[in-house]
Design a protein around this ligand. Structure first.
Ligand code: BES
Ligand code: ZN
Length: 504
């Protein structure tokens, strides 16, 4: 029997065994284990307490792996019905959103579907910036330029037209307002290359104005103060610009400005920008204290290559079951769950969400817990390192709660530097304490990891970002353990965020 078939058989046996346990326990359980679209569990007693804040033990008891697996089956079916994947912007993703929303509604919640544009940019060829008539001064343009993200495509040779430049530059950054106001382009010769200086308004505002004024291309140079001399790495924020737009250093900008309008410049870019509508799902369980919110989330989208069951239906289904089991409880602090869209396209959903928070809303969020890949078949059992570089103060408290729960069950636990590869990153960048669980992706397991966690020396998830990341690509036992750790952290912080707040 090949290893996958063996695993499938073992997984099947585990499900049967666990189902047996549930039946034996069902007399004590206050709520049903499996999801239901017809009855709302909000009417039964909340886990671990008659009325009020859920307890960690009560929530752990209520959240079962069979409950989680039912959601995984539904998400696999969403992929199976729609080209085998659940990628952002695809029908398989929308079906996943529909499932999560219907489950939440059935549990008595009022979920919010937050729509946004998932924009992507690709550069097909390197950009070109050169003087068309090299007769006079040699401006040494080669190599000192870069394409703006979401630049349009084109190959333009035209005279340069400076636009309201501030030369020499002002003392402080944002002294230049070059191109920020439509009147800056009064008398602009249509078809020229707009020469713009960084400063005051977004790059996109300058380029929108240039495009409206009939520019054939735009070149934006850095503003010129200390720290603002190199070629800027900028973005135009999203699709919609048809002009080629290049960034150059302050030095090149200055030389182009001095060269005069009879210099013709060649500007060439070869790019592709796309924008497709997609969404996040958010739901809130109001707490008695409106000032502190604990958030838990994971990405609901898959890569286009496959159904994304370990990555990340595993986290999505776990969160959904925890939310379902919490319905009807009254925690001390508000609990907000998020299922993110377009993570696989660059954390777009979580970035969109965090970027949309005002200061007061951001400060209300005590912590963010991320679940991404929590059922890897050849697992490691990892908790995000709260002391890692870039982890805001307070993150170590989240790590401690997750680790204690797992160690308390006699399980081996390791740490992982969370990095910027999943949806905790925008929260950490905004100064919000973060934590998370991870059971491994395509990295090869070391001998130490094999000793600690068992399994083989291959990758933790041999089907990572592949079409075989299906219902068989899971270890349900580790998934159950991770669900217990997540439930513990959510119930613990829903009762008391002080330890995180004091550290932060
Ligand atoms: N689930 C993966 C990998 C992962 C898991 C990263 C847990 C960090 C923590 C994730 O969906 C992914 O593929 N991330 C990308 C980067 C992302 C910005 C597109 C990666 O790690 O290559
Ligand atoms: Zn992922």
């Amino acid at each position: 029997m090949d290893p996958r078939s063996t695993r499938r058989l073992l997984t099947g046996l585990l499900v049967v065994l666990l189902a047996g346990c549930t039946l034996a326990r069902s007399g004590q359980d206050s709520r049903s284990a499996g999801p239901s679209t017809t009855s709302a569990p909000a009417t039964s007693a909340p886990p671990g307490t008659a009325a009020g804040a859920p307890t960690p033990a009560g929530l752990r008891e209520a959240v079962t792996v069979e409950g989680i697996r039912a959601h995984l089956v539904a998400l696999q079916a969403a992929a199976d019905r729609h080209d085998g994947n659940r990628a952002a912007g695809s029908p398989g993703y929308d079906a996943s959103v529909d499932y999560v929303v219907s489950q939440l509604r059935a549990a008595g919640y009022t979920p919010e579907v937050q729509r946004f544009q998932a924009s992507q940019f690709r550069e097909r060829n390197r950009p070109v910036l050169e003087l068309a008539d090299r007769g006079g001064t040699d401006l040494e343009l080669d190599g000192d330029h870069r394409t703006f993200e979401f630049s349009g495509s084109g190959d333009v040779t035209a005279p340069v037209q400076p636009v309201d430049l501030r030369l020499p530059p002002g003392q402080a950054p944002d002294s230049s307002t070059s191109g920020c106001e439509p009147p800056d382009f009064t008398g602009f010769p249509r078809g020229a290359v707009a020469l713009l200086q960084r400063g005051t308004c977004p790059f996109r505002a300058k380029v929108d104005n240039a495009q409206r004024a009939g520019a054939a291309a735009a070149v934006i140079f850095n503003e010129g103060q200390a720290g603002r001399t190199e070629v800027p790495a900028g973005t135009l924020g999203g699709p919609g610009i048809t002009l080629p737009v290049l960034a150059v250093s302050f030095q090149i900008g200055q030389r182009l400005a001095a060269a005069g309008t009879d210099q013709r410049l060649r500007v060439r870019t070869d790019t592709e920008s796309t924008g497709r509508p997609t969404s996040n799902v958010l739901v809130e369980l109001p707490g008695a204290d409106p000032d502190r919110v604990i958030m838990a989330g994971g990405h609901l989208d898959s890569v286009a290559a496959g159904p994304g069951i370990n990555d990340n239906a595993s986290g999505s289904a776990t969160l959904l079951e925890i939310a379902r089991q919490l319905a009807g409880t009254r925690p001390t602090h508000t609990i907000r769950f998020a299922w993110w869209g377009a993570e696989e396209l660059g954390l777009l959903g979580s970035r969109h969400y965090v970027a949309g928070l005002d200061d007061a809303e951001r400060e209300r969020i005590a912590l963010y817990l991320n679940l991404d890949m929590v059922g890897s078949p050849n697992f490691r059992r990892l908790v995000y390192d709260g002391d890692a570089q870039g982890a805001p103060a307070g993150s170590e408290v989240v790590e401690r709660v997750l680790t204690s729960q797992l160690r308390g069950e006699g399980l081996a636990v390791g740490e992982t530097a969370p990095g910027n590869g999943s949806d905790h990153a925008p929260f950490a960048a905004a100064g919000i304490p973060v934590g998370g669980l991870f059971t491994g992706a395509d990295e090869t397991k070391s001998t130490e990891d094999q000793t600690a966690f068992g399994g083989t020396g291959g990758p933790a998830d041999p089907c990572y970002h592949d079409r075989c990341d299906d219902l068989d690509n899971l270890d349900l036992e580790v998934l159950d353990q991770m669900a217990d750790a997540a439930a513990t952290a959510i119930a613990t912080f829903a009762r008391d965020t002080d330890p995180v707040d004091r550290a932060g």
